[in-house]
Design a protein. Structure first.
Length: 367
C-alpha cells in the first residue's frame, strides 16, 4: 500500500514528504517531470542530510509524468502500479506562475482533472482513504480588511487577483463536484515563508520582497495592517498529520496565522532590531502610487533584473496590502498548536538569504 504524491519535489511538497516518512511506514510514489535521483536529492536536501536521504530512498519511488499530459503522462506499468498499490493521494503540484493564464490552465486545471481520473481508476479497485488537495488562501479573491472563515472563502461573485488564484479556486470546486463520495480534504496555506526552526530556504520570491522592504527607510504600507504568514514546516506537518487521520474533523483547513498574524510594525521592528537599524517610517499614502510604479517599471524594464524584481513585487503587492487574515482555529484544534509567529524567525531568514544572495547552496550527489 502506498501514498501517491504530486509536487513532492517542490518546496512545500518536500516538507510533506519528510513528514510522511516520519509519521508512517507506507512507501511514497512521487510524480515528477524528471525522475532522476539527482532531481529528488535537489528537492529534498533542505529536509535531509545525505545519509538520511540514502536511508529514505527505498521508500521513495519516482514516477515520471506530467500534469499536462494525458493520464498524467504515466507509463502503462506505472499507472497499473499506482492503481493497484495506492490507498491515498496528496495533490500538491501546481503552477504558481501568477502571470500566465495558459500555464495555470494547463497545469492546475487540466492536471487536477487528470488526478480526478486517476482517483476514479483507483476507486474501481478499492476505496481511496483520502485525497488531500493543497490549495491556497488566494481562492478568496479580492479582499480588504477582512478575517475569512474556511467556509466563506469562495465567493463566485468576487474577482480574483490573478490566473493562479482563479484556477486554484476552480480546482477546489472541481474536486468537490466530481468526487462527491471521496474523502477530499482541502488545505489552504496563506503566505508560506521560511522555516521557524532554521534560516535556510529554497524559495525566495517573497523573501526578496521582504528584503527590499526591510532595506527602505520609508514604507508605502500601513503599520497596523496584518500580513498572514505561516512557516513551511508548520504547513508540511499539518498536511501530513491531517492526511493520516482516520476521520479529519473538517474538509477544509486554513494553514495560516489567522487573527494572531503579525502587523507590519511588528515585522519591521523585529527586522530592524536584528540588523541594528532604526525602524522605517510608514507612509501609507504612497501605497497606491507605489503599486502603479512597480507595474510601470516591470513593463518598461521587461527582461532586465530591475524589471523582473518590479514585476515580482507587482504580482505580490495586492497580497501585501489587502490586510486580510484567514481564521485558523480548525487546524489549531485538530493539530494541537498554532504556527510560530513570523517576527520570531524573520530576522535569521533574511540574514541567511542576503548572505547567500537568495540562492540555496545545493550540494551534488556523490556519483
Ligand atoms: N509557496 C507558497 O507560498 C504557497 C502558498 C499557498 C499555497 N501553495 C500551494 O502549495 C503547492 C506547492 O507549492 P510550492 O511553493 O511548493 O511550489 P514549487 O516549489 O514550485 O513546486 C512545484 C511542484 O509541482 C510540480 N509540478 C509543477 N508542474 C508540474 C507538471 N506539469 N507536472 C507534474 N508536476 C509538476 C513540481 O514537480 P517537478 O518539477 O519535479 O516536476 C514541483 O514538485 C501548490 O499547490 C501551491 O498552490 C503555495
Amino acid at each position: 500500500m502506498a501514498i501517491f504524491v504530486t509536487g513532492g519535489t517542490g518546496y512545500i511538497g518536500s516538507y510533506i514528504v519528510a513528514q510522511l516518512l516520519a509519521r508512517t511506514e507506507e512507501p511514497l510514489y512521487l510524480l515528477t517531470r524528471n525522475a532522476s535521483r539527482e532531481k529528488l536529492w535537489r528537492g529534498l536536501q533542505l529536509q535531509f542530510s545525505r545519509d538520511q536521504f540514502e536511508e529514505a530512498l527505498p521508500r521513495l519511488t519516482m514516477l515520471k509524468g506530467d500534469l499536462t499530459h494525458e493520464g498524467l503522462g504515466l507509463s502503462r506499468p506505472d499507472t497499473e502500479r499506482v492503481v493497484s498499490d495506492v490507498t491515498s493521494v496528496i495533490h500538491c503540484a501546481a503552477s504558481l506562475n501568477r502571470k500566465s493564464e495558459k500555464t495555470c490552465l494547463n497545469v492546475n486545471l487540466r492536471g487536477t482533472l487528470s488526478v480526478v481520473d486517476l482517483v476514479r481508476k483507483i476507486q474501481e479497485r478499492r476505496e481511496l482513504k483520502r485525497l488531500s488537495y493543497v490549495s491556497t488562501v488566494a481562492v478568496a479573491g479580492k479582499r480588504h480588511n477582512e478575517t475569512i472563515m474556511e467556509d466563506m472563502a469562495i465567493d463566485w461573485g468576487r474577482s480574483d487577483y490573478d490566473p493562479y488564484a482563479r484556477t486554484k479556486k476552480f480546482c477546489e470546486h472541481m474536486l468537490r463536484t466530481l468526487l462527491p463520495d471521496t474523502s477530499v480534504v482541502t488545505f489552504r496555506p496563506s503566505v508560506v515563508l521560511g522555516d521557524s526552526r532554521r534560516p535556510e530556504t529554497t524559495q525566495f520570491d517573497m523573501v526578496r520582497a521582504f528584503a527590499f522592504l526591510a532595506q527602505r527607510s520609508v514604507l508605502p504600507l500601513r503599520s497596523k495592517h496584518k500580513l498572514d504568514i505561516v512557516p513551511a514546516n508548520y504547513v508540511g506537518e499539518a498536511i501530513a498529520a491531517v492526511h493520516l487521520q482516520a476521520k479529519p474533523e473538517f474538509s477544509i483547513y486554513h494553514l495560516s496565522a489567522g487573527r494572531q498574524a503579525a502587523t507590519y510594525k511588528e515585522i519591521v521592528t523585529a527586522l530592524a532590531a536584528a540588523r541594528g537599524h532604526s525602524a522605517p517610517w510608514f507612509w501609507p499614502w504612497l501605497q497606491r502610487p507605489f503599486g502603479g510604479l512597480t507595474r510601470t517599471v516591470g513593463r518598461w524594464f521587461y527582461g532586465t533584473a530591475v524589471g523582473t524584481a518590479a514585476s515580482r513585487l507587482a504580482v505580490f503587492y495586492p497580497y501585501l496590502t489587502y490586510n486580510t487574515v484567514f481564521e485558523n482555529t480548525r487546524i489549531v484544534s485538530s493539530f494541537g498548536h498554532a504556527p510560530a509567529s513570523f517576527p520570531t524567525y524573520c530576522a535569521p531568514l533574511l540574514e541567511w538569504s542576503l548572505r547567500n544572495n537568495f540562492r540555496y547552496p545545493y550540494q551534488d550527489l556523490p556519483s
